[in-house]
Write a new protein. Structure first.
Lengths: 307, 240
């Protein structure tokens, strides 16, 4: 069995003159919780739509469970569950009736699947209440119920926690982790709530302008975010130059005119301070500091460049 | 594809819209015969059945409503993505929608025929002109007109896929059905009018029975063209 469940190779999606996805290659391995991180319009939803067959690529190759032909991709998608953008259901049907519709369509005869899915997302007690009368959170849950109903090997979720209250978000996180740990479900997820992603993701793909700008494991990212030396100095440009030259520091980040983050030599702050002071840079404070996923993302796409 | 059709029928039979549509048509059929009962010299079964033949073009009005509840609703409620992301073949999905619309049309036609013919036989006297030949002619013309109805459904499904907006598709459908002849006149290509669906239904209602093959054939070709064009558009369509 292939270790890679989703792979895109130089996939492009062009709308007129606008390139929504450009030469994008990602690889999602079995058992991963792969988080797609990017700004609005970065190309996350387009990529997920390509994976789910909702939009055909302009060029490039998509591989699901090792399959590439159109017919095989269709069959491979039967092993996937998806929730793309807002959940879409028939407003005049109840939660159970909506799921029954898709059970008929998918040839699922066991009605216990519906009960199981509704119970799994906490919608077992909605009775005859119509979808049109559901709250946004309930609609999201029903979308998730449909996605997990056929026990998918891969879940594709686009902004799944939009509209959920804090308790809902917590429950949702637990559901994803439970699916991943107990059923070995691979998850490809996008979200703007980076704090939430950081609690579940095992791999990150940072996307900007339709391009993958970084692919990194959670462990590597944690290492990068974990700590740095924060130096408050009178001239960051000059300090950066000195540290590169005198202290062999290549991983520097200029935060603003007086703040500098150093990602190397973390256990030798006195050596860095000495180098700076000896070369005429005033150091007013030195401390250890970590950055959040959000800060990392901001730095990566639009903040100061990591030297 | 059978599963897709089954699911669509499940959905449609779980809402009032279709039942209201069927009940309204049944009531209208009974009402027409009740009105004819009080219409003096026209109060006869033969006139009622002849009137029905002259109204064979009326059901075309209903076809976009059928495609609206089967196809356009999917765009409105953003439900197509649930079906396609499961790997459903787009061509199968497209044809299943067209077939479901046709099945609903057949069901509605059965309701209309039962209530119209039944009420005419109950409320109106069977005069000398009401013969077996007249009954046979009525059913032959009704059966032939099905080809136009099915072609209308194919056209309505195509427009729904093209515009992804139910109301706009319905509006353009009526325009295309009723105004194409004026457009052809304006463009000085009136000779093409003999190929429009409106002309075919007119011929099915008015031509001798022996000459119904041509309008039926033209309708079936129209249906095939719209089905093929719609499937091709749907195959590349972005779904949101």
């Amino acid at each position: 069995m292939s270790d890679t469940v989703i792979q895109t190779r130089k996939v492009n999606k062009v709308y007129g003159k606008f390139s929504a996805v450009s030469d994008l290659s990602i690889q999602v391995k079995r058992g991963d919780i792969y988080a797609l991180v990017g700004r609005n319009g970065a190309g996350k939803t387009t990529l997920l739509k390509l994976v789910c067959g909702l939009t055909p690529p302009t060029s490039g190759k998509l591989e699901l469970f090792g399959q590439t032909s159109e017919q095989q991709l269709g069959m491979a998608r039967a092993h996937m569950g998806a929730m793309i953008e807002t959940p879409g259901f028939y407003p005049y049907l109840s939660a159970r009736e909506n799921l029954r519709y898709y059970c008929i369509q998918r040839g699922i005869k066991d009605r216990k699947e519906i009960d199981g899915a509704l119970e799994f997302v906490g919608l077992a007690e909605t009775g005859r209440k119509k979808f049109k009368n559901f709250s946004l959170g309930m609609k999201q849950r029903l979308g998730l119920a449909l996605a997990v109903m056929n026990h998918p090997e891969v879940l594709v979720l686009d902004e799944p926690i939009n509209g959920l209250d804090p308790m809902g978000i917590k429950e949702f996180r637990e559901i994803i982790l439970k699916l991943n740990r107990e059923r070995d479900t691979t998850v490809l997820i996008s979200s703007h709530i980076l704090g939430e992603l950081s609690q579940i993701a095992t791999t990150y793909g940072f996307i900007n302008g339709g391009k993958l700008i970084q692919h990194i494991s959670a462990a590597e990212l944690e290492e990068k975010c974990r700590s740095c030396l924060r130096l408050d100095v009178d001239d960051t440009e000059k300090a950066a130059g000195i540290l590169k030259e005198k202290a062999s520091c290549s991983k520097l980040e200029i935060i603003d005119r007086t703040t500098l983050h150093v990602h190397e030599q973390l256990d030798r702050p006195e050596m860095l301070v000495k180098a700076l002071v000896e070369n005429g840079v005033m150091v007013s404070q030195v401390c250890r500091s970590g950055i959040s996923l959000e800060q990392y993302f901001v730095n990566l796409i639009g903040g100061k460049e990591i030297a | 594809m059978l599963r897709l059709i089954h699911a669509d029928l499940y959905k449609i039979f779980h809402r009032f819209y279709f039942y209201i549509m069927a009940a309204s048509l049944a009531a209208l059929c009974v009402l027409v015969n009740l009105v004819l009962r009080t219409a003096g010299q026209y109060s006869a079964a033969s006139f009622s059945w002849g009137f029905a033949v002259s109204m064979l073009s009326a059901p075309v009005f209903l076809m976009p409503m059928l495609t609206d509840i089967v196809s356009a609703e999917e765009y409105r409620e953003h439900t197509l993505k649930n079906t396609l992301s499961f790997g459903t073949n787009r061509t199968s999905l497209y044809f299943s929608k067209a077939i479901t619309s046709v099945l609903l049309g057949i069901l509605l036609m059965a309701v209309v025929l039962v209530f119209y013919c039944g009420s005419s036989l109950i409320f109106l006297p069977r005069d000398a002109k009401f013969t077996g030949d007249l009954i046979r002619e009525f059913f032959v013309r009704a059966a032939a007109s099905c080809s136009v109805y099915i072609a209308s459904i194919a056209m309505a499904v195509f427009l729904t896929v093209l515009f992804r907006h139910g109301s706009l598709a319905i509006f353009i459908f009526y325009g295309a059905f009723y105004l194409t002849e004026y457009l052809f006149k304006l463009l000085r290509i009136s000779q093409l009018n003999r190929y429009t669906l409106k002309t075919q239904i007119g011929q099915i209602a008015g031509q001798p029975l022996a000459q119904l093959q041509t309008p039926v054939l033209i309708s079936l070709v129209t249906m095939a063209v719209f089905l093929a064009a719609g499937a091709a558009v749907f195959h590349r369509r972005d779904i949101c």
